[in-house]
Design a protein around this ligand. Structure first.
Ligand SMILES: O=C(O)CCC(=O)C(=O)O
Ligand SMILES: [Fe+2]
Length: 347
């Protein structure tokens, strides 16, 4: 990864300079369309109808199952996080990115993934138009507080509070996923894939003079079990791909976006899909997002749940070791060789 000093100066193109070739997509971007109205409703779930006391017969479980099998993602409302809290977290994140470079660079790390920096890979067409700070936010014992910003003053407290809310939400969703598949309700929660950590990625996508050829994040699936995105409610940017067509994720105040990652697809033996997604840029507005990735522990072996393997549905993925998985993910992720790392583990 390029050093943080140079990555900090590269995005000055947002002020009208020429865009460095490393950000430019050779062939431009394929167009995205709105999600058809018929699907929009099916992809918006009411989390209050999916709490642990809800019987599996609740129709919202059918919606959940079909959203994850067809799209690998959905949006949630009535999740218990106040809109005012969401707005404040976006605002405080924005204030962090508005700080002087010198202050932000205090939190850069040698790690390819954690700390402050940008997805700057230095080769033509490979860099993403963003700044981000990535932190382990849960459980408390796995946090590296050296990387947690001291400014703005409220940031740490809000991250702490959000991590607790996220954890509670993931538990509800894992249980609902199990029920939607007629499985024992704790089968995901008790699985090693959900015992790791939640990593928070606070992202800033500056406005970009050439959104037709520059992406905030290139097409990928997440290396997570599940991911929850809190997006700016003023600016679109996230898009999902289904059957070779890109769709814009609608901006909906108070609503969160949930997608399955590669590990979730492996666990469910491909019954649920990891959503392929990307982030586009915008010529008039910058965008902020707060993404929570639920990732398994290092050196963990993951294979499909035996309940989802049968004569009719043979095992689709080999047992994977998370260290091996991440090695392949990082060898390929920025370079566009393998967009879905789990394809390597497919039978
Ligand atoms: O900013 C977003 O909306 C999503 C970011 C994302 O896909 C990622 O960091 O993996
Ligand atoms: Fe992602």
């Amino acid at each position: 990864m390029a050093n943080q000093e140079s990555s900090e100066s590269k995005l000055v193109a947002e002020n009208g300079d020429e865009i460095p070739a490393e950000y430019l997509e050779k062939d431009g971007l394929s167009e995205a369309i709105d999600i058809p109205d018929t699907w929009k409703d099916s992809l918006l779930l009411d989390l209050s109808l999916l709490s642990s006391s809800t019987p599996a017969s609740e129709p919202e479980h059918v919606k959940l199952r079909s959203a994850l099998s067809e799209w690998g993602c959905f949006q949630i409302k009535n999740h218990g996080i106040e809109s005012s809290f969401q707005e404040e977290l976006i605002e405080v994140s924005k204030q962090f990115f508005a700080l002087a470079s010198e202050e932000k660079l205090k939190y850069s790390a040698s790690d390819v993934f954690l700390g402050y920096g940008s997805d700057n890979y230095g080769k033509d067409g490979q860099s993403n138009w963003n700044y981000r700070i990535t932190l382990v936010i849960s459980p408390d014992g796995k946090r590296d507080l050296q990387l947690w910003p001291q400014k703005p003053e409220k940031f740490r407290g809000m991250i702490d509070e959000y991590s607790k809310k996220l954890l509670a939400m993931t538990e509800v969703i894992y249980k609902a996923m199990a029920k939607s598949l007629n499985l024992e309700q704790d089968c995901f929660l008790n699985h090693p894939a959900t015992q790791g950590a939640i990593v928070g990625r606070f992202g800033y996508y500056p406005r970009c003079p050439c959104p037709e050829r520059v992406l905030g994040v290139k097409p990928h699936t997440d290396g997570s079990t599940m991911t929850i995105v809190l997006g700016d409610d003023q600016v679109e940017g996230l898009q999902i791909k289904k059957d070779d067509q890109w769709y814009k994720v609608p901006v909906n105040p108070g609503v969160l976006f949930v997608n399955l990652g590669d590990i979730g697809e492996v666990m469910t033996n491909g019954v649920f899909k990891a959503a392929v997604h990307r982030v586009v840029t915008n010529s008039s507005k910058g965008r902020i997002s707060v993404t929570g990735f639920c990732i398994p522990e290092k050196k963990t072996h993951i294979e499909p749940l035996s309940e989802l393997v049968s004569l009719h549905r043979p095992q689709m993925f080999k047992k994977l070791n998370t260290d091996e998985y991440w090695k392949i993910y990082y060898e390929n992720y920025p370079y566009g060789k393998v967009r879905k790392t789990i394809d390597v583990f497919r039978f």
